[in-house]
Design a binder for this molecule. Structure first.
Ligand SMILES: [Zn+2]
Length: 341
């Protein structure tokens, strides 16, 4: 069974290709984070190595070994920092593609297809992208590459041209909320709130229903961001400092957080124009309405621009603490908050 919800069109085309035995040698999945790209890549790996006639069954030995990350022919390359590494990884380098190249020419070790999943194709160095291109130009038999990226524009065009491209989409709130109730056992109220907070990213919504810790962490993070609007400069500096420290270990979580902060500011702006029905953080409407009284719309727009600028600066390896401080300090602390300090 293909396990990804909300990408029916993509999955039906992928599945049809496999059923006909005409899998492509390289795929490119693009779309926002947590829309099911990596999950679909693993489904594809299972489908190519499954022993059942209803591939991917999820239950046979190869399927289970792939699910457990134990299958020798399915490899993931990504930017997640490994334990023996001192700092955050910022690129997929040529040595990693060399390792893939050496493995790719060998016949599959235990299954039918070797599958290499490259999560973060936009972070391949120029050298690594060119090396990968060489492999894609003359792909060894039985090898399938699945490249994942946030958007097609960020991937080298020559690499794109060698891949079958599939675009992953955001799911409409109502459809997603219904799925969370039906398949994940969420209450109607919880499903409504989490579907909205997920902003259509099904993977986020499903994890939020399943994992209490994930949910709790998110709510704490959001409360801290809401506090920024009434906080004095000292508290804002400390927020920037802790986010910058986290950036050293996990740059993506900080980028995600900036994205969440943008949504909150946008909600405040919407509420200040009386457009409450469109806000994302519907469970925080009261608090958001209170914040609207503290800022003029153009101050909020300025804050949005500063947060976007910080996101771009983080991508170009500018000192993260400086970038984050600039963002939170761009919003003038309300007079009342300064007086309290
Ligand atoms: Zn199977």
């Amino acid at each position: 069974m293909w396990t990804v919800f909300g990408q029916e069109e993509v999955i039906s085309q992928l599945a049809a290709g496999i059923d006909k035995g005409s899998a492509h040698h390289a795929y490119l999945f693009t779309g926002p984070s947590r829309t099911g790209k990596k999950q679909a890549a693993y489904d594809l790996a299972r489908a190519l190595n499954c022993e059942s006639n209803q591939a991917p069954c999820g239950k046979c030995v190869p399927c289970e070994r792939i699910t457990g990350g134990k299958h020798a022919d399915v490899q993931l390359v990504d930017l997640v920092t490994r334990q023996d590494e001192p700092g955050a990884r910022t690129a997929i380098v040529v040595e990693e593609i060399d390792t893939i190249q050496r493995a790719a020419v060998l016949p599959p070790f235990e299954g039918r297809s070797r599958v290499f999943i490259i999560d973060g194709a936009e972070f391949l160095t120029a050298g690594a992208a060119n090396r990968l291109l060489k492999i894609l130009e003359e792909p060894p038999p039985g090898v399938v590459f699945v490249l994942l990226a946030a958007s097609i524009e960020k991937v080298l065009p020559t690499v794109v041209s060698r891949c079958r491209h599939f675009e992953f989409k955001l799911s409409p709130h109502a459809l997603l909320a219904d799925y969370l109730v039906r398949a994940e056992g969420a209450s109607i109220e919880e499903a409504g709130v989490l579907a909205r907070l997920s902003r259509g990213r099904t993977g986020w919504a499903i994890e939020a229903v399943r994992d209490e810790r994930f949910r709790a962490d998110y709510f704490v993070r959001r409360d801290n961001m809401l506090t920024l609007f009434t906080a004095g400069y000292e508290e804002r500096f400390s927020w920037a400092e802790s986010a910058a420290a986290r950036f050293g270990r996990d740059r993506f979580s900080v980028q995600d957080e900036l994205g969440e902060l943008l949504v909150i500011v946008r909600d405040v702006l919407l509420a200040s124009f009386g457009q409450e029905e469109y806000i994302t953080n519907i469970d925080k409407l009261e608090e958001i309405s209170r914040i609207t009284g503290l800022y003029k719309p153009d101050e909020l727009v300025g804050f949005i621009k500063a947060i976007q600028a910080a996101g771009e600066q983080l991508n170009s390896n500018i000192n993260p603490r400086l970038a984050l401080e600039n963002a939170v300090l761009s919003l003038k602390a309300p007079a009342r908050a300064i007086m309290v300090k």
